[in-house]
Ligand binder design. Sequence first.
Ligand SMILES: [Zn+2]
Length: 79
Amino acid sequence: MSIKFTQSCPTCGRRIDIRASLLGCTVACQHCGAEFTANANEESRMGPERNQDLLDRVEKALRRAEEASMVPANAEIAP
Ligand SMILES: [Zn+2]
């Protein structure tokens, strides 16, 4: 069984899956190739699912704000 955790690349900021056995080791980013030390930070303790949930909520809120701002603009143009 391989346990993995997620860490954000300090160079490109993208999420990287790192095997728990590599904790404390120097790993290379899968996206940009930058090398950094693997350590379980606060972000990875939150879990990728929760982060995805948060992203979904932010996206929905943004969409709602977009729709809300579009309605008065159309209303002004319409006779
Ligand atoms: Zn990177």
